[in-house]
Design a protein around this ligand. Structure first.
Ligand SMILES: Cc1ncc(COP(=O)(O)O)c(C=O)c1O
Length: 401
């Protein structure tokens, strides 16, 4: 849905804005560190007559504040793609324009990657508005019912409750996985949607892809099945687990992704969903007509084009979650097995809030809220090396037996 002021007849597309960027100089800039070189210096180094649209001086990257290791919100400690940063700096002045045309470009780019029609894509400022809007739609003015799991991401469940509908949850399996059979057994005529987070937050593990596919096909015969793939790029085998083929096969599923996790853009906000065209249109309306921030779109496009970025990030997250897993294991904790996202979920033997306070006293911020059935468990996410070191030392102190 376009902003009414930006229909092509009324205003030239924002992409028509002249834009010349000396990419070789920008890659030089990146290679030697954006923090130390501003665009003024860049422009000063240009040969006479060389066309360069120099943006305002590049902001210095803030020094890392090491007072607190932040390991509670599942953000990427590794930051966005340098190409995304470069693109945002180059296009900062375009924020004067609504981003509808760039949004359409991004939809096409995503559609080509996912093998679906651009009409099936809808964008939002992060995936949270998508989860909230989906909850609103399937709440069906208080008459709807969502079937999901306990100990899963709360975006859709919370929204459903907010809009007065019913929330039905299945227990986890014995090894802390989402129990698709138990969810299937809870689907009734009243059910207006199912929600599966894969990898799951907070447990971090995944469901078997064959089972998930079968579940989604069956469940979506009567109501949309929402699969939240916020962390999917972090898992060991993306290709075996990605569920977009369900859409290509015409099933009524919604796949949701975010640039907040592996793409390191939590603060910039850009998420997208894929659904059947009519539901995608409805979701676009419910996400307040798709008003998406310009630089988020710019950064998302550059991130997707940076084919080296995801493969470079995957081993970092894997090494981080394995380290956290081994520390928790070494401390004799019960752990949700086979974590596949950016965090590890384990038992700490004390109320979650007390644990968070003790960790904070050691300079480590972990999530300070409880999952109702798992009050004595925590979820800790991968940090930078210094954060991991501090966290490990803190865990050994706080959980010493
Ligand atoms: C599973 C899952 N889905 C969606 C989100 C929402 O993220 P964002 O709004 O930053 O896209 C999160 C955030 O942590 C999450 O864990």
């Amino acid at each position: 849905m376009r902003h009414p002021d930006t229909i092509p007849e009324a205003i030239p597309p924002a992409t028509a804005a002249p834009e010349k960027v000396d990419t070789s100089r920008r890659s030089l800039l990146r290679g030697i560190g954006l923090a130390s070189v501003g665009a003024a210096a860049l422009a000063a180094g240009c040969s006479k007559g060389e066309a360069i649209a120099a943006p305002a001086p590049a902001p210095a990257i803030p020094a890392v504040d090491k007072s607190v290791a932040i390991m509670g919100a599942n953000e990427s400690p590794f930051g966005p793609s340098p190409k995304a940063i470069e693109a945002m700096i180059a296009k900062a002045s375009l924020t004067a324009r609504y981003a509808d045309d760039e949004g359409e470009e991004l939809k096409k780019q995503i559609a080509a990657i996912e093998g679906v029609d651009p009409q099936q894509i809808f964008l939002a400022n992060g995936s949270t508005p998508i989860l909230a809007a989906f909850g609103e739609i399937i709440a069906a003015k208080g008459k709807g019912q969502l079937v999901t799991s306990i100990a899963t991401y709360e975006g859709v469940p919370r929204s459903v409750l907010e809009y007065g509908a019913e929330l039905i949850t299945a227990p986890l399996t014995a090894d802390f996985g989402i129990d698709l059979d138990a969810m299937a057994a809870r689907i009734t005529k009243k059910t207006t949607a199912t929600y599966v987070c894969n990898p799951n937050n907070p447990t971090g593990n995944m469901v078997d892809p064959v089972k998930l596919r079968a579940f989604a096909i069956e469940a979506s015969k009567t109501a949309p099945c929402f699969i939240d793939e916020a962390y999917l790029h972090l898992c060991d085998d993306y290709d075996a687990n990605v569920m977009t083929s369900l859409l290509r096969d015409g099933h009524n599923v919604v796949i949701c992704r975010t640039f907040s996790k592996i793409y390191g853009m939590a603060g910039q906000r850009l998420g997208y969903g894929i659904a059947k065209p009519e539901l995608a249109r409805q979701m676009g309306m419910a996400t307040r007509m798709g008003g998406v921030n310009h630089l988020g779109i710019v950064a998302a496009m550059a991130s997707l084009a940076d084919k080296d970025f995801v493969p470079a990030m995957q081993p970092k997250f894997k090494a981080g979650r394995e380290r956290l897993y081994n520390v928790a294991k070494g401390l004799g904790r019960k752990i949700a097995s086979n974590p596949q996202a950016s965090f590890v979920f384990f038992e700490v033997g004390m109320p979650n809030k007390d644990f968070a306070d003790k960790m904070m006293a050691e300079g480590v911020r972990v999530v300070g809220r409880a999952w109702p059935e798992y009050d004595n468990w925590t979820r800790i996410c991968v940090g930078e090396d210094w954060e991991m070191d501090r966290c490990e030392a803190a865990l050994k102190k706080v959980l010493a037996v």
